[in-house]
Design a protein around this ligand. Sequence first.
Ligand SMILES: CC(C)(COP(=O)(O)OP(=O)(O)OC[C@H]1O[C@@H](n2cnc3c(N)ncnc32)[C@H](O)[C@@H]1OP(=O)(O)O)[C@@H](O)C(=O)NCCC(=O)NCCS
Length: 135
Amino acid sequence: MGLQRVRDVALIRHAYVRIQDQRQGVGAQLLSHLRSFAGAPILIGTWAGAAWAIDFYKKHGFQQVGDALKVRLLGEYWNVPKRQVEASVVLAERSFGSDQREIDELERSLAQIAGAPGTCGVVVNVARQIGARRS
Ligand SMILES: CC(C)(COP(=O)(O)OP(=O)(O)OC[C@H]1O[C@@H](n2cnc3c(N)ncnc32)[C@H](O)[C@@H]1OP(=O)(O)O)[C@@H](O)C(=O)NCCC(=O)NCCS
C-alpha cells in the first residue's frame, strides 16, 4: 500500500495484500500506518466493481463521493482516461468536501433568491457566509 502526495491531498495507491494473508487485518494495519503520517486528506480511487475494496475502506471511515465530485477529483488528482472515470469510484474521509458542499448549497440559495425583490439583505448575508467558508 502506497501513499502519494498530490498537492493538497494524499492518494492511497496500489493497495494489495497477498491472497493468503487477506482478511487477517493486514490491510487495516497498513491503512492505519499511512493515515498516521498522511498530513493531508486521503483520497482513494478504485474500480466501481471492487466491492470488497470499497467495503474495506468504508469500514475505516471512508465514504464514496457523489458522481459530480468524483469526476472533478479524478480530473484534478489523477490522470485517467474518460472510460476509466466511468468505471471508477472515489472514496474520501467523511469530512472531505463538506465545506465545498456547503458552499454549493449556499450558492444555490443565493441564485434562487438573488432575483427576488426585497431580498438584498439576505443576499448580502449569504454572500458573507460563502466568503467565510472560502477563507
Ligand atoms: C483490499 C485489501 C487491500 C484489504 O486488505 P486485507 O488485509 O484483506 O484487509 P483487512 O483484513 O484489514 O480487512 C478485511 C475486510 O476487507 C474486506 N475484504 C477484504 N478482502 C475481501 C474479500 N476477498 N472479499 C470480501 N471482502 C473483503 C472485508 O470488508 C473484510 O472484512 P471481513 O473479513 O470482516 O468481511 C485486500 O483485500 C486486497 O489486496 N485485495 C485485492 C487487491 C485490491 O482490491 N486492492 C484495492 C485496490 S484500491
